[in-house]
Design a protein around this ligand. Sequence first.
Ligand code: KG4
Ligand code: ZN
Length: 358
Amino acid sequence: MRILAIESSCDETAAAVVEDQTRILSSVVASQISHAKYGGVVPELASREHLRAVVPVVEQAMAESGSHWTDLDAVAVTAGPGLVGSLLVGIMYAKAISFAQGLPLIAVNHIEGHIHAVLLETAATAAVEYPLLALVVSGGHSHFFAVEEGFRYRLLGKTRDDAAGEAYDKVAKLLGFGYPGGPVIDELAPHGNPRAVRFTPAKMKGNAMDLSFSGLKTAVLRWSQARDLAAEIAARKALLAAHPRPSVEQWLAVTPRETLDLLASFQYSVIGELLSRAGELSDEIGARCLVISGGVAANAGLRRAAAALNLGIPVYFPTRALSTDNAAMIAAAAFPKLMRRDFADLTLTAQANLTLAP
Ligand code: KG4
Ligand code: ZN
């Protein structure tokens, strides 16, 4: 069974061909770099770039997989959550392929895709046991789900405000590190002292298992306002203008010790919040394993801390390539739907706020 999947929910145009749920025959990701200078994704620009990229990206994925249209059993596409204009580009193209080639169309929830990114890769080395605790941490989400056998999801907790990746992106923007913020803070954090700045974890009213990152972001803002960072921020912006992707050494040359300490402390606080909540929830549901996925799962500090956690259950991460947005994870999530013949029709449309579980 082969599925072609298309993903265009945010600022990556991606296509992949996956065979039998776990064998990636091709996975092509075109990242949009034009958002870097704006410090975040500009929706209108994103849609236009998806329009330019979607046809060549799908053609490349088909060619690299050695597939002809007749080799495919279905075409899958991300239906939400995400930016409506971006989602629509992938959806329209997937519908056109479905109609023209007579292939069933499968609508996939992007968050379910992130969870399947891990299942796809772990299948080769371990038998995943249920219930599992899934933490999806990306630019748009910081959600905990209980996942039962047969891919039944229950939402256990989520961020009340900013997603973890969003907090990384906002802190990076504030301090002149450009967009996306996660990778650069991840690279610089080991050069600072994680205990230099103490941030107080947010207290949750209502569901105590929810998370909040906006207070942390405000604390970073206050910290920076209390100092004169204008010169170092200007130096970093000049560096970014000259080099789209500066090296660690180049960043270190324009980032004083105190700011490195701030980045390390910020990251330490985010990781602490995520993993302490993961520990509590894993006990609560009797989880047999913990799956961490989404763009922030690429974070080296989070991976190290999770490995040292000693939860008594295995912790699985996707490889870095499958942590951030890609279409292989969308194809993997589509397989159970193909088996159930859970197909969408040509009325399928984008759902910006699509949820995985109430
Ligand atoms: O899953 P993803 O590619 O797109 C969404 O669905 O949002 O996640 C993108 C987010 C961005 O906020 C980015 O800053 C963050 O993931 N990110 C990271 C790292 N790599 C990407 N955050 C922390 N550490 C990283 N290494
Ligand atoms: Zn994502």
